[in-house]
Write a protein that binds this ligand. Sequence first.
Ligand code: AOS
Ligand code: ZN
Ligand code: ZN
Length: 430
Amino acid sequence: MAFRLGDDFIAAQNAPQRAWLEEDYEHLGRQLARRGVEIERLTERALAFRVAVPSWGVGTGGTRFARFAGPGEPRNVYEKLDDCETIQKLVRVTPAISLHIPWDEPESPAELRAYAQARGLGFDSMNSNTFQDQPGQKLSYKFGSLSHTDPAVRRQAVEHNVHCLELGHKLGARSHTVWIGDGGNFPGQVHFRRALERYLESLRVIYAALPDGFRMFIEHKLYEPAFYSTVLNDWGVSYHCTRELGPKAFSLVDLGHHAPNVNIEMIVARLVQFGKLAGFHFNDSKYGDDDLDAGSIKPFQLFLVFNELVDAELERVAAFDPAYMLDQSHNVTDPIESLMTSAVELVRAYVQGHLVDRAALREAQERNDALVALQTLKLAYTTDVAPILAMARQRAGGAIDPLAAYRASGYRPRKAEERPAAERRGAGIV
Ligand code: AOS
Ligand code: ZN
Ligand code: ZN
């Protein structure tokens, strides 16, 4: 029998911490009340927040140089779900999983769906994979997939995406995310306009196959694996494509997919305004698509992104329904610990976004008072909302201190025994 984290274990871990949490929560409540903020309103928001966990995130990642496997890594999609259940039990904001096909291809979709349901889990966006070749695959994606010069390769890539849609439908997913590695390494290698036209033509076929109620997300990326040009290089091209495709297509923002210093929160605001924001792949980065833990490098940027999202939520902007997903690669940490910590960072940014005094900000903007406008944001950003996050988790049955509870549970050593290491060598960014 596989070891599972019990609710009673979490409650026992919480018991000695309850008293200080009540004290801190009450104290923060009084502070906020002085600012005219009702703490319970923020706790409600923390309880409502949801972010999906990527199935590929629970395994140890790697770089293009090496991958250092961790102990007790999940060996199949069922074990990945077990790890996702543990994350969800401790943080209570991650009940959905984003699957990657064919990495997670189930023998029986019905069985996989039931397995997830039995653990209180469901499926978020499906992800196709035409950025690598699979064993036995007829045609290679070495020179592209949906935008390949050869129509037969494009057809194969389209068919794979349609398969993901059918599978997602059976699993109860509601959206499909397409990220491709198509592009070129050298000037002249790819004809920019023709490649984009071929890509769009392929997407149109996939779009036409969307099951009822499904949304399609396309994910732009500046570079990598192609180092000179990519087909869907930025949000502008993505916006053009989603407009061309129709009302069920949206542009997904992965925080690591932009040039350094790009104003991502502004891209978010633009996509919101144009009704085309799909949602996010949250992560953080210093240089490129580093896929580091959310909020670990540029926490203020994360806050500013959520400032835009909360602003849109409060103003009830039409068609605003973003899907939140994590997309990280954990090379030096326990993936479960990283995913829990990242989920908590997102709730923090979301709650802080709700803490912004919108009336004061607007007034400062109208008066062109730049200093007060910034101060208004900073006041929310520098408020320690940790007691709100911990209280929300506890009320939902999660851990006051997820990391400490996880370590105390001995989950990882137990999994290391249960899941003897298979052959896990080689490089690879996931
Ligand atoms: C690649 O850089 C993208 O972020 C994709 O979302 C990709 O599908 C994911 O990282 C899994 O490999
Ligand atoms: Zn991504
Ligand atoms: Zn990426």
